[in-house]
Design a protein. Structure first.
Length: 285
């Protein structure tokens, strides 16, 4: 993917294209002799450092039923004592498609992973259908109450999004940053919502609707449950979300947890898992 290239895997083989954008270089993945299946569950062994390193491998914490199976050094010693003769595998586990078929590289970027009905547009504002779809997918994938995503993460485009392909997403997104979550009070949430609704803002949100009352007062209407200033809510934001906006909100020092490395992949996988069917609810009343 362009990240953590020093990893040495076992049990899989991959065809990739080094000329494709980082995050979209994999062309084919095989587990043994079978192609990797998107909806299938696999078990994976990693060391403790990888599992606890949420900066580089946050996705590992999303796995179910983690188990400690022993110490690496002692386990390796036991294995070597039982198998005194070790023959390394000669076949390459990673093959660059530049040395194979150029068609594979093109197909990997143009393959449709999901389709949207109806298509969504993006005008760069906080009410952009595209940005609101992104915010809702991020909220669903992180299991949070609300999500806040700057509209600038998606480049302005004249073409509505209807066919979700790696090439289209790589072109549309201005960043490949990750996704993180945090817990905030309802009082802080009010300030975030006010910043999002402000005329000069381009901050998209999901998980709630806002009713604009007389005098510019705001009424927050969560899609689940009720709103209270002293409640604790879980939010999802992009990794480089602006922590402080003068006279609006201040999230400085807030404890966050990184849960995904690449917001583009989260968007694609979220749409793919739901067959492109994600409801975009009304944001403002």
């Amino acid at each position: 993917s362009g990240k953590t290239g020093f990893l040495q895997p076992s049990g899989i083989s991959c065809t990739y294209s080094s000329s494709n954008p980082a995050g979209f270089r994999l062309v084919q993945i095989y587990v043994g002799d079978e192609a990797l299946e998107f909806t299938k569950t696999y078990s994976v062994a990693v060391n403790d450092f990888m599992y606890t390193n949420q900066h580089d491998w946050p996705e590992l914490n999303l796995g179910k039923n983690p188990q400690v199976r022993g110490l690496v050094r002692e386990g390796l010693e036991t294995y070597l004592r039982k198998s005194p003769v070790i023959t390394p595998a000669a076949e390459a586990r990673f093959s660059d498609s530049l040395n194979l078929d150029e068609t594979l590289r093109i197909q990997a970027l143009s393959y449709e992973l999901a389709s949207l009905t109806p298509a969504v547009n993006h005008d760069g504002t906080s009410n952009s259908e595209y940005s609101r779809l992104l915010a809702e997918v991020i909220r669903l994938e992180t299991g949070t109450d609300f999500s806040f995503i700057p509209s600038a993460l998606v480049n302005k485009t004249r073409e509505p999004l209807i066919s979700v392909t790696p090439a289209r997403i790589a072109s549309d997104f201005s960043t490949a940053e990750g996704v993180k979550t945090a817990e905030i009070t309802g009082a802080v949430l009010e300030k975030l919502v006010a910043a999002a609704v402000a005329s000069e803002s381009a901050l998209t949100f999901s998980g709630l609707s806002v009713e604009i009352l007389e005098g510019g007062k705001l009424k927050i209407l969560p899609w689940r449950g009720n709103f209270a200033a002293n409640n604790i809510y879980k939010i999802a934001v992009n990794e480089n979300f602006r922590e402080k906006v003068a006279d609006r909100y201040d999230l400085t020092g807030l404890e966050t947890t990184k849960v995904f490395n690449d917001i583009r992949r989260v968007f694609i996988n979220g749409l793919r898992a739901r067959n492109g069917q994600v409801e975009i609810k009304r944001a403002l009343y």
